[in-house]
Design a protein around this ligand. Structure first.
Ligand SMILES: Nc1nc2c(c(=O)[nH]1)N[C@H]1C(S)=C(S)[C@@H](COP(=O)(O)OP(=O)(O)OC[C@H]3O[C@@H](n4cnc5c(N)ncnc54)[C@H](O)[C@@H]3O)O[C@H]1N2
Ligand code: MOO
Length: 397
């Protein structure tokens, strides 16, 4: 067991997780939330052609004060005009319709004597001034083909889907989700709908960690509850290591110094594993290594400890593996009331960040506090008291 800082262990987890797979996928709703593994380049001009921003009339005035025009064509959206506007002429156009060559401006139908509905009239009279270029969307004014519209590392957002698709892109190269198996260990764990008996407890870590992994962009493939029998855990880990569709195993429980610490018993003899007690609370006892070729991160069994450890130690490595370019910064807030903390270890206190920028922390060891929390307050190692109004760093959860 070595003396390892939170930052060192977080970096070790990130190294273990390494770089994930990338693939070319359809640019559609299923790509949302992934990060680009390569720049996204516009395939087409946007707009693709000069078009109308209004339902109205494309005009090509013969003289600046011309008001009345013969209507030489009618262009609904989706059609391509097969005529050219000569000076003096007009054509009826709908919003988004391709403008005939020769168009100088578009006049909204409300600014003419024409009816908005029914067949196009043979002549149209314009009311008021017409400025050259008004209500014309020019080809490529938004983006031109060949322009980078999303840089590697940025997220595929709903807006990027709109931009990319509008610019003719059909696929994107993205980082793929890490395929995760979660294994909760402990003889006392009763899965849902089973009787915990006199000494057992309702099992909760497996689905909590699975949900945390899913929220981090992972594809959760297996969720298992395993006994404290070393052979059971070995059998399960052998199976997961043999599965080419499992990139990472996250275990909970069995890592401290008791007599039945199954994860430690099975994994610590392997030369690829390291078990440490970080100067961090909660979530101090940690392990990591490779079982066969599969990365395994071992979190402590206490649900609050496992939650905090996932956020503080595992999530950053997953974010990096999924292509996020930098670490997420913490935010500054004000401690809401005086509170004693434990010097000598970094504390991550499950807390509530309020609209006024203050944070409060109910009894942070309890799951009710975790369920109410929207952030973790990071209290550095040397601090044993937070005074009302102290500036603290908070990490949203
Ligand atoms: N003598 C020492 N004892 C302990 C130390 C220590 O340094 N010396 N460290 C404590 C700390 S801190 C933690 S955290 C825990 C970590 O223990 P384990 O990872 O071995 O976890 P377990 O013993 O299996 O369980 C701890 C606790 O959490 C409950 N638990 C476990 N798994 C689940 C689950 N899947 N769902 C719900 N609840 C779960 C379990 O019943 C225990 O109450 O060790 C301390 N002890
Ligand atoms: O590190 Mo443990 O999670 O504080 O109880």
């Amino acid at each position: 067991m070595g003396h390892v800082s939170v930052a060192e262990h977080r970096a070790a987890v990130a190294r273990l997780l390494g770089v994930g797979r990338v693939a070319q996928v359809a640019l559609d709703r299923h790509a949302a939330g992934r990060r680009l593994a390569a720049d996204l380049v516009a395939a087409d001009d946007l707009p693709r052609f000069d078009n109308s921003a209004m339902d109205g009339y494309a005009v090509c005035p013969g003289s600046p004060d011309q008001r009345s025009h013969p209507v030489v064509g009618d262009v609904p959206a989706g059609s391509a005009p097969d005529f050219v506007l000569a000076p003096g002429e007009a054509a009826r156009v709908m919003t988004g319709a391709r403008l005939p060559e020769g168009t100088v401006a578009v006049v909204p139908v409300e600014r003419t004597d024409a009816s908005p509905t029914g067949p196009a009239p043979s002549r149209v009279t314009v009311v008021g001034e017409v400025a050259a270029g008004q209500h014309v969307r020019l080809r490529g004014e938004d983006v031109t083909a060949g322009t980078v519209i999303g840089t590697a590392g940025s997220a595929v957002t709903p807006a990027l889907i709109a931009l990319g698709r509008s610019a003719g892109c059909t696929t994107v190269e993205v980082h793929l989700p890490t395929r995760v198996a979660v294994v909760a260990t402990g003889a006392e764990l009763a899965p849902p709908e089973t009787d915990p008996g006199a000494g057992g407890i309702h099992e909760s870590n497996s689905d909590m960690v699975a949900a945390l992994a899913a929220a981090a962009g992972c594809d959760v493939r297996r969720v298992e509850v395993c006994s404290d029998e070393p052979d059971d855990l070995r059998r399960l880990l052998d199976e997961l290591d043999a599965d080419p569709e499992v990139d990472l195993v996250v275990t909970t429980g069995g890592v401290s110094v008791g007599a039945y610490e199954v994860v430690r018993q099975v994994c610590s003899p392997l030369p690829t594993f390291d078990f440490v007690h970080l100067a961090m609370q909660p979530g101090g006892p940690q392990g990591l290594g490779r079982y066969g070729s599969t990365p395994v991160v071992c979190l402590p069994g206490t649900p609050v400890g496992a939650f905090v450890a996932f956020h503080v130690l595992v999530r950053p490595g997953l974010d990096r593996r999924h292509g996020e370019p930098g670490a997420r910064p913490g935010h500054a807030a004000y401690a809401g009331r005086t509170r004693r903390t434990r010097a000598g270890r970094v504390q991550f206190v499950t807390s509530v960040l309020h609209d006024d920028g203050t944070v409060t922390s109910p009894d942070a060891r309890h799951l009710t506090a975790l369920a109410a929390a929207n952030c973790l307050v990071e209290v550095p190692e040397g601090i044993d008291q937070l005074i009302d109004g102290d500036v603290v760093v908070v990490h949203p959860v």
